[in-house]
Design a protein around this ligand. Structure first.
Ligand code: PMP
Ligand code: GLN
Length: 387
């Protein structure tokens, strides 16, 4: 068979979760909570099922959920998206990303992505027939200890063939976030170009230390050319429900929906009803930073008693740690060794690089997921002290 994705294997998340299960390791690899969602949310879904909301939802999503997304986005970022024509509920952010990329990019087009890059972006761009162009984030330095977008390099990567710039902040896996000044840069970079933005903001509600999430929706000039993608999996501890959404101006949403309707047509009806009711109370997402910040700090403090050296984590539920004091093995090998020999599964950052074997890809960093019960984090830390 003539493979459409000859270079693609099984994702690193599947590989590491499988290895963790086989070896009974504590899984701090794949990003998902090991605790349940809020009982109130579960009750809302249960009520929706019992009320008979068990048949196809309208193609763009249950109206009450689209209205709740619109109200939330307006309240937080000041952008007003029309639920009728500008918001589409999807099967997670993954499907929204695939749909957005297929909608905007095709043969001859280039899509700029920032490396390290989330694993689904490049295959989606290739399936669209377009060409991914990677631009590295600026790696941490002693003076600037977090990853930063390299706007000069982004500007240089944009050509007449560039159809879209695909960004993801808060950033998986580095935890990097955007500041207000970054939105200024973005505005300047795309002004007077035809470049669209696809902004993956699935960690929008997980930003720490009192900072505000710099959504592209805060800037009308950016929102006007953007497909903004998010997911309830991260926000409401429901990664298994696979419900996300895309907000975009009507012309872009119309193209998005043409593809969405033949990809899935519509997504789970009772979950959408449950989420619509739950989303109405802003505390359900405004409390999230404090909840995860305590877990971040628990893990970071615990890792100080080990030979890992953590990097700052301004957002997401992932913490990067340098293991160069422990081993000089490449990241994938180290991650496997840590799982099989010490019982803690993590994700190698090299997996987020186009060429995991390229010299710049192996920075001796691994990613820990801290969306876990405190008891899980403590049990992992005890094991990591022996490493
Ligand atoms: N984008 C990023 C950056 C992610 O980390 C994830 C999942 N962890 C997704 C997209 C996919 O989200 P979903 O599970 O809603 O498909
Ligand atoms: N996004 C999750 C992570 O980064 C994984 C989701 C998946 O397995 N596709 O860990």
């Amino acid at each position: 068979i003539n493979s459409k994705l000859p270079d693609v294997g099984v994702t690193i998340f599947t590989v590491m979760s499988r290895l963790a299960a086989e070896t009974q390791a504590i899984n701090l690899g794949q990003g998902f909570p090991d605790f349940n969602a809020d009982p109130e949310l579960l009750a809302q879904v249960d009520a929706a099922m019992r009320a008979g909301h068990n048949q196809y939802a309208p193609m763009p999503g249950v109206p009450a959920l689209r209205q709740a997304i619109s109200a939330k986005t307006e309240a937080l970022y000041g952008a007003s998206y029309d639920p009728e024509t500008e918001i589409t509920v999807t099967s997670g952010a993954t499907q929204a990303l695939m749909t957005a990329i297929l909608a905007v990019a095709g043969p001859g087009d280039e899509v700029v992505v920032l490396e390290p890059v989330y694993d689904s972006y490049v295959p989606a761009i290739k399936l669209a027939g377009a060409r991914p162009v990677g631009v590295s984030l600026l790696p941490p330095t002693p003076g600037e200890p977090t990853y930063r977008p390299d706007w000069t390099a982004v500007r240089q990567a944009i050509t007449l063939r560039t159809r879209a710039l695909l960004i993801n902040f808060p950033h998986n896996p580095t935890g990097a976030i955007l500041e207000d000044a970054d939105l200024d840069e973005l505005e300047r970079i795309v002004a007077d170009t035809g470049v669209l933005l696809i902004s993956d903001e699935v960690y929008e509600h997980i930003v720490f230390d009192g900072r505000q999430h710099a959504s592209i929706a805060r800037r009308p000039a950016l929102a006007a050319r953007s497909l903004l993608i998010s997911s309830f999996g991260k926000t409401f501890h429901t990664t298994g429900w696979k419900i996300g959404y895309c907000c975009a101006p009507a012309v872009l949403s119309a193209e998005f929906r043409k593809i969405h309707q033949f990809m899935v047509f519509a997504v789970s009806t009772p979950m959408q009803h449950g989420l619509a009711a739950f989303l109405g109370d802003p505390r359900h997402y405004l409390d999230l930073p404090a909840f995860y910040q305590a877990k971040r700090d628990r893990l970071a403090q615990g890792l100080r008693q080990t030979r890992f050296r953590t990097l700052p984590c301004p957002g997401t539920y992932f913490l990067l740690a340098d293991y160069s004091a422990i081993s000089d093995a490449p990241e994938s090998e180290f991650a496997r060794w840590l799982t099989t020999e010490h019982g803690v599964a993590v994700i190698p950052i090299a997996a987020f690089h186009g060429d995991p074997d390229a010299p710049g890809s192996n920075r001796q960093l691994v990613r820990f997921c801290f969306a876990k019960q405190d008891s899980t984090l403590d049990a992992a830390l005890e094991k990591l002290q022996a490493v």
